[in-house]
Design a binder for this molecule. Structure first.
Ligand code: G3P
Ligand code: MG
Length: 349
């Protein structure tokens, strides 16, 4: 790992434009770096014919680890230093909900580790599915906790606890068990485990960190993700209770996530590069039309004059496949992230 990005000493930082990158399907696929990504970062850091360095941030719907841990992973994969000051994941904006709810259920990720993420956000009392199963193994007849889950779970007196909200932070590792627990809570009186509402209108609200039905991983075809769990849970709730379930999703393509990204980019440019103005253009490079391209286009349509123009670039290395028509048309289609970076820089020259 090189501590600092390779830089062309003759190059100067540009205040005119910036890049924002999606991660899965653009920089990483199935835990491995997409080779062009390393080159693309070098180009942004001054190894280019234009003599400039370009500020950039990362905006992923993924999650399951703290921002600090994710940045360490990304630094190793991209062979440069990535700071939490330039990084947003699906659950990052959820930190703003820590003020609102005291006791929450946090679902997803490996080994109940999302508890630490939520506690780091300031959530005061975090319950995980492991806590509920460890307290009553009958909750999920076919799911046994792994050793790691068992060690990271706590027996609680759930007769005295009201769970005020449910947060799905990262992909569930056991849909059946997690859906059973979520369903129990949604059907409860005021989030008290072991109770049943007569109206099914007294359960806690449920928030998902994003709504990607599919995502790009090591398999040739896209794999189902958190948006699929959400759709499944809505159907399940309807089948069991006869009622519609209202759920809320964060992440891309939500406007709030792009607003959050805009604030992060402003702060990052100021703190790291001493630039105290909005860029004219932000190039967003993504692989998923429904989240990356839709979000970028809608955010751009929503901003007023004086704000940065957000420009969407769709790459062919992830969810979007050559020969299909993207449901949300991008401003530009590029083969990969390196071509996307070169295109943006050329356009600015
Ligand atoms: O679970 C993560 C996945 O749905 C998408 O991640 O980086 O493509 O926004 P990303
Ligand atoms: Mg992606």
């Amino acid at each position: 790992l090189k501590a600092v990005p390779t830089q062309n000493s003759a190059s100067s930082i540009t205040d005119k434009y910036a890049f924002a990158f999606d991660i899965d399907g653009v920089l990483i696929r199935g835990g491995r770096v997409i080779p062009e990504a390393i080159e693309a970062m070098k180009v942004l850091n001054g190894e280019n014919e234009f003599g400039v360095r370009v500020p950039y941030i990362f905006v992923t719907n993924g999650g399951g680890k703290t921002e600090e841990e994710r940045c360490l992973d990304l630094s190793r994969q991209l062979e440069l230093e990535v700071s939490p000051g330039q990084f947003i994941c699906g659950h990052t904006p959820m930190r703003e909900m820590a003020e609102k709810y005291n006791t929450v259920l946090v679902v997803g990720g490996v080994g109940e580790k999302c508890r630490e993420v939520a506690e780091g956000y300031g959530f005061k009392d975090v319950v995980t599915p492991g806590d509920i199963i460890k307290t009553n193994a009958e909750t999920t007849p076919f799911r046994k906790l792994t050793e790691e889950e068992w060690n990271n779970s706590r027996v609680r007196d759930f007769d005295k606890i009201n769970i005020e909200a449910i947060f799905v932070f990262a992909d569930s590792r056991d849909w059946a068990g997690d859906q059973q627990i979520i369903l129990d809570l949604l059907m409860s009186k005021n989030g008290r485990i072991g109770t049943r509402s007569e109206t099914f209108q007294e359960g806690p609200p449920i928030y998902f960190s994003h709504n990607d039905v599919v995502w790009s991983t090591a398999h040739d075809y896209t794999r189902i993700g958190m948006g699929a769990l959400r759709a499944s849970l809505e159907a399940l709730y309807k089948a069991v209770t006869g009622k519609e379930l209202t759920t809320i999703a964060f992440g891309k393509p939500q406007l709030g996530t792009f607003e959050f990204a805009t604030r992060l980019l402003r702060q990052w440019r100021k703190d790291t590069h001493g630039i105290n103005k909005a860029p004219d253009t932000v190039y967003f490079v993504g692989d998923t039309p429904e989240s990356d391209i839709r979000g970028t286009n809608e955010y751009n349509a929503h901003t007023s004059s004086g704000d940065a123009e957000w420009f969407s670039i769709l790459v062919k290395t992830g969810v979007f496949q050559e020969g299909t028509i993207p449901r949300y048309p991008p401003n530009k289609i590029a083969n990969n992230v390196l071509d996307a970076v070169k295109f943006g820089m050329q356009r600015e020259f």
